[in-house]
Design a protein around this ligand. Sequence first.
Ligand code: ADP
Length: 646
Amino acid sequence: MFKRILIANRGEIACRVIKTCRRMGVGTVAVFSDADRAALHVEMADTAVHIGGPQPSDSYLRGDAIIRAANQAGAEAIHPGYGFLSENPDFVEAVEAAGLTFIGPSATGIRAMGLKDAAKALMEQAGVPVVPGYHGAEQDPEYLAGAAAQIGYPVLIKAVAGGGGKGMRRVDDPAGFADALESARREAAGAFGNDAVLIEKYVEKPRHIEVQVFGDGTRAVHLFERDCSLQRRHQKVIEEAPAPGMTAEMRAAMGEAAVRAAEAIGYRGAGTVEFIVDGAHGLRPDGFWFMEMNTRLQVEHPVTEAITGVDLVEWQLRVAAGEALPAGQEDLSISGHAFEARLYAEDVPAGFLPATGRLWHLAFPYGVRADSGVRAGDAISPWYDPMIAKIIVHGATRSVALRALERALAGTEVAGSVTNLAFLRKLALHQGFAAGDVDTGLIARDLDALADPPQPCTRSWSLAALGALGLSAPGDALEGFSLWAPQWRETRIASGETERTVRVRCLSGTAREAEISDTTHRFDWQGGRWAVDGVPVPASIVCNGGNVSVFWGNNYHFQIPDPLARGGAAGMSGDVIEAPMPGQVKAVFAEPGAAVEKGMRLAVLEAMKMEHALTAARDGVVAEVLVNPGAQVEAGAALIRLETET
Ligand code: ADP
């Protein structure tokens, strides 16, 4: 086994790899950018090497700097994690040329699966079912339109170099084909520098089911399937293993196809073969088709670990160090059911806008696996993926595990940034999801209900007021408490755009009363928490400066308005549309003098690999457009100004 390895990554995956290394007695070297000097993965590793600026292209994508760091720190091997350089065959070759071991597949293996069209052709040859369609070299628009007609509408146009759902367009009839082709090409050229596409039959009611494989360069085994059908805009949200409704027959067929795919390219290490499955008529052994193979560890690998008991990172290290596959197919079996939810710093009601912020409070419930790369006090910076954690649960059955997921989400506490926690929890409570009736369209169909933020009740407002007045812990009251004249104290607090007044008085060191509108609540400290109106509740209150958060099933965030700041903030009144994060302005739809309505899309900002619509916060008239399309802007930059309301 290696004495010491370097982890060429950051965030939760770097931390997760380090944990397994510690357990195996393998030393660790972290690398970090300027933005990550105090990051958790740097603290966890035995040593750490600074490799450059915060832009990934200045640090985590710099193969040369990373290899130099490995040599300098005496590492024998490099684990790439996922993303960044993990699927870059040139990097693999450079690592090997430097006399180091790459913990992953060979450069040839990565190249074979790098482009979707070549991978499909290869899989067809290996006898793996592929989605019916055209994946040849001819790229003439008329020829492609002919191919689409032959495949039969609806079809899906995909960039051959695609990833993350980019360069993908669904087309329902011949009339829409030419436009869709052009826009898919444009997006692909911009994102991948390669505008070639392939055409596929669009699978109705599609399910995304993928198989975890593991190879030693000759032989491969599979570790069963994961269902990743719960997606938003082709991005995974909640993953599970095994797939609901999976039959033994189909599992065997998919597992064999995946192993065939891996062995066809002499695959070494952990990989995932992704299939699209026709979920319209139940799962059938002839109803799945190869989509692509990811030649790395996947974000969602923990659900496989939970049901198989295998530590996939340990397997990666052992196979890379030259050991045989740690288990044969007959040694592997499924135990129970697992879910993973991806907790993100993002503003769900605002259209899943990625958010940034310093997490002044972060806590996960006991007994839950939370893979995270941040701790309380850390910032979610605009430089990297805004994932806060992956929350992973395991149960004896799917319904037990789903209940555990819902409880785990209800007990997760994050303050300092908006998150998708409430959205995830609503998904965990979704009836169709609970019934195992999943397909990639589920979230979009119910988006309004799922994205609607939960509103605090008067009890939560009152708890927030206890926090705002410094009365949230027992005994805090002693100072303001007098036996004969309990004093009412008043505070104003805000939640979003709503501001309310709450009056609180201390009845004793362990009893409070709060008045909000014409409702009164009584709080008694019992068993280490507040009982509200006689009922002990699992609520907690945390405060930070002018912020108070109440955690009670959902995360409710309140602010204590600063009376001095009132009236001064132009942004608050919606006069200025600002860039919420650094990015590039892709389009501007506003012109000076134009009348706009609240919610109207005024500009598009591309940031963090996604496009974000910037909308008017109120009705008004455009006074000034301050940027042109193509401009690179900083967070907070003023883009469009509305005429001041009179
Ligand atoms: P990317 O590499 O850009 O992520 P994929 O080929 O992995 O693209 O596809 C991403 C998602 O798009 C899938 O998980 C599935 O939801 C959907 N999808 C892909 N191919 C099809 C198809 N032929 N029919 C219907 N949906 C599809």
